[in-house]
Design a protein around this ligand. Structure first.
Ligand code: Z5A
Length: 207
């Protein structure tokens, strides 16, 4: 059985975790070997980095960028790549597109710098498929607030910041049409899952 690396991207509260869990159950029922993971926080080291990133308030923009890169580096080398080599389907909640959307479009850090760090951290590992859950920023932030209660450090940023992030995902999807597929995330949970299964079926069949 061949491996597949699928990333889920989008703004806050877009429904990534919900859809990853449903996709995992569906693929397991079909008999695939599958794991779910996330960034930041997909490894033991990453859990500590996630805590630093989302709960402490004092990382400057470049420190934040380096922490995301450190998390990804550990994640790719110790978890994602080994599972892919074993033939697993890896479903990952956020990956390098998030760094471009949040740290470049959102924070305004230099794109070349981010691309270099992404290359170092991923060692060239790109997703086979990226599902971009596209949802109005206000709806997503409301959902995230309702589900998590206290907003984390990123959720507390201005609406303008989150609008720039959304623009980042739009532009990335326009540039990488072969990899990034837009999902209409304003539909209900079942309809979104059907969209995802339809797209994934073609990838599973043609690999
Ligand atoms: N970040 C970064 O800046 N740079 C990077 O390189 C990386 C990340 C990798 C990670 O936070 C933060 O790090 C993130 C980007 C930044 N910024 N923030 N905040 P996280 O992992 O804690 O948060 P998240 O990725 O944004 O996930 P989330 O807020 O938990 O949202 P979600 O996973 O997309 O949504 P959900 O949990 O599935 O759903 C949210 C709620 O909506 C929940 O109550 C659901 O039941 C409900 N829901 C889901 N789908 C629907 C539909 N279709 N209709 C109605 N309600 C729904």
């Amino acid at each position: 059985m061949s491996s597949l690396f699928v990333t889920f991207e989008g703004g806050e509260g877009a429904g990534k975790s919900t859809q990853i869990a449903l996709t995992y159950d569906w693929l397991l029922c079909l008999g695939y070997q599958v794991i779910t993971t996330r960034e930041p926080g997909g490894t033991e080291l990453g859990k500590g980095i996630r805590q630093l990133l989302l709960q402490s308030g004092d990382a400057v923009d470049r420190a934040e960028l380096l922490l995301f890169a450190a998390d990804r580096s550990q994640h790719v080398e110790t978890k994602i790549r080994p599972r892919l080599e074993q033939g697993f389907i890896v479903l990952c909640d956020r990956y390098s597109d998030s760094t471009i959307a949040y740290q470049h479009y959102g924070r305004g850090l230099d794109l070349d710098l981010i691309s270099s760090l992404n290359s170092i951290a991923t060692q060239g590992l790109k997703p086979d498929l990226t599902l971009w859950l596209d949802l109005d920023v206000n709806i997503g932030l409301d959902r995230a607030k309702q589900s998590s209660g206290k907003p984390d450090r990123m959720e507390r940023l201005s609406i303008e910041f989150h609008q720039r992030v959304a623009q980042g995902f739009r532009e990335l999807a326009e540039k990488e049409i072969d990899r990034i597929v837009r999902i209409n995330a304003s539909e209900n949970i079942d309809n979104i899952q059907s969209q995802i299964q339809t797209i994934l079926k073609s990838h599973l069949v043609y690999r």
